[in-house]
Structure formats: C-alpha cells, structure tokens
Design a protein around this ligand. Structure first.
Ligand SMILES: [Zn+2]
Length: 303
C-alpha cells in the first residue's frame, strides 16, 4: 500500500520516496526543480481542486483557473453540483485561514527586502525521522514560504544560513533585513557574525509582542491548521505531520494571498514564472507506483 502525500509517493510503513513529479523530498524539505512536471494538465471537479489545494476557498480555486494564475488546472464543469456543499473536514477542523498580513510598502518593495523567520515546536509527536520542530523562512514581497523540519532548535542557525545562501543564489537578489523574535538565539555568536559579514540587518522583536513578527506567526498558524486538517482527512498517523506541513507550504506558494498586492501567486512573484499545479493530488490519497525493469511479462507492473 502506498499513499500520496500530495507531492510524492510514500510506502505506508516507511517514508521512503519514489519520485512522481518535479519535486523531491530531501530529508527535511521539498526541493523544487525547474523542469516542467511530466503531467502538463490535470482535470478534476471544483471540490477535487479545493482539496488538492489544502481547502482554500472555492472562489480562490475558480479565480486561479479563470485568470490563469496557475498552469495545468482544468476544472470539470459538469461536476460542480457540490459547490455549495459544506465541507465536513473544515467544520471539524474549525479551519479559519487567515491571510498573511500586509507589510509596509518599504518592506514590500522587492524580493528579500525583508525576511521573516520563526521556529514552531516541539510538536506533540515527532516525525518518523525524528523531527520535532519546523522553521519558516518567508519573503515579505512575494510571501513565498520555505519550511525546514528540525530535530532540535539548535540546528536552526545552520539551516538559516544555508537557506539564505541558497535563496540568494536561486533569485539573484540579496537579503536586506532579517526579522525574528527577540530571543537571544540569533543575536549572538556565529549567526550574528554571518549576518554582519553579509551586511544583513537583524531586527529582533519583543518576545511579548509576537504581532511584531506577525507575518511569520500568521504563516505558522496557517501551516499548523492546514496540517491538522490534512491528517484528519487522510486518517494518517500524527507522525506524518512533517510531510503534511511541507505539502502545505508547497500549495500556499501556489495560491493567491491577500498579503501580496498583485494578483500573482507567491511562486510567480518569487520566480517570475506561473506555477503548474498539474502534479498536485490530495494529501494522503491512495497511489500506485509503476515498477520499471520488470522482465516477467505476467508479473504486476505496478504496486
Ligand atoms: Zn474543507
């Protein structure tokens, strides 16, 4: 039995990955490749797309399709009878998707003018690979989110340095300001020296006023809400929260966000290209894996 985590295919008992799309799960994050996904277009009802996109509002699904903000999405118009149906998963999960708050025009002026970051955890259950925390990295201009899973909090600085290096090379833009909560974890030592050497200003917020880091706080809430709902809907064990949260970040980057000023997805603003959603499937749905190199003509060619 295999399950589909929305992006990749996992054997049920162990999270080893068989790649089915243009994405690859590498230890603790989803790495995106620039190649087009093998599947150019996918058709589904409005409700199917609603679930694939993490229970985003159906009006948003229609807008993404109508205004061609994403590629590869085809809504089956013959299957819209359930458009007004109240979603039982959302009711049970008490899902309230809050938009990431708008930031000032200066912070929003260009990619990487401001980076927000936060650490969430420990989660009540660790993942199968022993991750108990997750860390967010959000660009204020595009609202593009990167998530890293952490085994311990002290790994955060190392991961952040790698993220900044990778993101700067990926976009060709340079980080101006880094904002996180006011605890001393970033304000001293190797990480502080790293920021200084790169000319990145560090803005730390008061620990008693999380609203000062509202972009990261709000993203954390949305990630956790959506993850809880996906686990609930798929009936998967809680130890799968790592896959669910990485998938949530992946889809949030592909839907429009009221925190951004344009009608472009975070992915589009971040990369300059419209994202494809043809490869997305509902988190936790069943999947079959094609076996390659099977010489026995009568043997099954998929499991
Ligand atoms: Zn729902």
């Amino acid at each position: 039995m295999f399950i589909f985590d929305g992006i990749t295919c996992l054997p049920e008992e162990r999270a080893n990955i068989t790649i089915l799309s243009n994405l690859e799960l590498v230890n603790d994050s989803v790495e995106e490749k620039t190649d087009e996904p093998p599947q150019k277009k996918s058709t589904g009802s409005l409700t199917t797309w609603y679930k694939r996109l993490g229970h985003v509002a159906k009006a948003t699904v229609k807008k993404l399709s109508k205004k061609q903000m994403v590629k590869g999405m085809e809504i089956d118009k013959h299957d819209d009878k359930d458009e007004t149906h109240q979603c039982s998963t959302c009711l049970k999960g008490k899902m309230i998707r809050q938009p990431i708050p708008k930031v000032s025009d200066i912070e929003n002026s260009r990619i990487f003018h401001h980076i927000y970051s936060d650490i969430c955890g420990p989660m009540q259950k660790t993942t199968q690979d022993g991750h108990g925390y997750f860390m967010t990295f959000i660009d204020s201009h595009s609202q593009y989110i990167k998530v890293k899973l952490l085994k311990t909090k002290d790994k955060a600085k190392e991961k952040l340095m790698a993220l900044i290096e990778h993101a700067e090379v990926e976009t060709g833009k340079w980080v101006n300001y880094f904002r996180s909560d006011g605890s001393s974890k970033y304000s001293s030592g190797r990480f502080a020296k790293y920021l200084k050497s790169k000319g990145i200003h560090y803005e730390f917020t008061n620990p008693d006023t999380p609203q000062e880091n509202s972009v990261a706080e709000c993203a954390n809430r949305t990630l956790v809400h959506t993850t809880r709902m996906m686990l609930f809907e798929s009936s998967l064990p809680r130890s799968f929260w790592g896959y669910a949260i990485l998938y949530t970040a992946h889809i949030l980057n592909r839907v429009i966000n009221r925190g951004t000023s344009t009608e472009k997805t975070p992915y589009h603003l971040y990369t300059g290209f419209r994202p494809s959603v043809a490869h997305l499937r509902s988190f936790g749905c069943g999947a079959q894996v094609l076996l390659t190199g099977v010489k026995d003509k009568l043997a099954p060619h998929s499991v």
